[in-house]
Write a protein that binds this ligand. Structure first.
Ligand code: G1P
Length: 283
């Protein structure tokens, strides 16, 4: 059983300055809900109840968000606005939130390594909150990945096809097709030049990792951009054993970019309007 989900959330969010000068990028809202709350909801849907959050300086709003706010709750108690906090209250009751800080920004691999103390010796999920994922047709991306994990018991990365001229924004994988939606990885490159990319299958911010990844990260030398890359540690894991890439069902919005953020906002807005209309008709 995978019970823990790690959220690397120490990054600066420079693409959203000045909005992120004093506010964590993970707290930017799509509609009225912060990105990281969507992430926690996806993890809960996948059966996880321990959220391990890697924070940094200026990220306290995340901790406050996943806590009660006595003053505010007292103020709106018994008013028509009370229901607005039901969803988040419910999450707080279901989960345990644990935190540790990444002191220096040394890459995603390093951020995940910092979570070792919170994860221990068990398989766990990693969710990058600025990749907002949704699946209208059925279960969420992490829940789909847990099913794959239960079958293969190895690390799994979620992938999607991207246009070739965008592969340099992602970790890219190639390997042997096991099924229509599953690839046994034999090559992984972090942000390759499109001319050298092994495929156009890009890793998006969902991983399931087996705990041996920690020792592999420890041995990983700085790679692309001088940072410790999880992609390089996973490549070492693929060489030693097995790593799968899973073509998930659903949509992913790159909310780390203004374009993706606006696209997600429009999508969720239209979706909620449609639901409101459906509800009205049923009444
Ligand atoms: C990170 C990973 C990259 C992955 C991406 C998914 O990059 O290093 O392999 O494809 O997340 O969003 P970042 O976007 O943090 O630069």
């Amino acid at each position: 059983m995978i019970k823990k989900c790690l959220f690397p959330a120490a990054g600066y969010g420079t693409r959203f300055l000045p909005a992120t000068k004093a506010m964590p990028k993970e707290m930017l809202p799509i509609m009225a809900k912060p990105l990281i709350q969507y992430g926690v909801e996806e993890a809960v849907e996948a059966g996880m109840d321990i959220m391990a959050i890697i924070t940094g300086r200026g990220k306290r709003a995340i901790e406050d968000h996943f806590d009660v706010s006595f003053e505010l709750e007292h103020q709106i108690y018994g008013t028509p606005k009370e229901y607005l906090l039901h969803e988040i209250r419910d999450l707080i009751n279901k989960c345990t939130f644990t935190y540790t800080r990444q002191i220096e920004m040394k890459g995603l691999g390093d951020a995940i390594y910092k979570g070792r103390v919170l994860i221990g010796d068990e398989p766990f999920a990693v969710l990058l909150a600025d990749d907002l994922c949704t699946n209208e047709e059925g279960e969420g991306i992490l829940a789909q990945m847990v099913k794959v994990y239960n079958k293969y018991r190895c690390s799994i990365v979620a992938v999607q096809e991207v246009p070739m001229d965008q592969v340099d924004k992602y970790g890219v994988v190639a390997g042997k097709s096991i099924d229509t939606d599953l690839i046994m990885v034999d090559t992984m490159v972090e942000k390759p030049d499109p001319k050298e990319a092994p495929s156009n299958l890009a890793i998006i911010g969902r991983y399931i990792l087996t705990p041996d990844i920690f020792d592999l990260i420890k041995e990983t030398k700085p790679g692309k951009g001088g940072e410790i890359q999880i992609t390089d540690a996973l490549m070492a894991q693929a060489k030693k054993g097995m790593v799968m890439a899973y073509k998930f069902k659903g949509r992913r919005f790159d909310c780390g970019s203004i374009d993706g953020f606006v696209e997600a906002t429009n999508y969720f807005y239209e979706h909620s309007k449609r639901n409101d209309e459906k509800e009205k008709k049923q009444k």
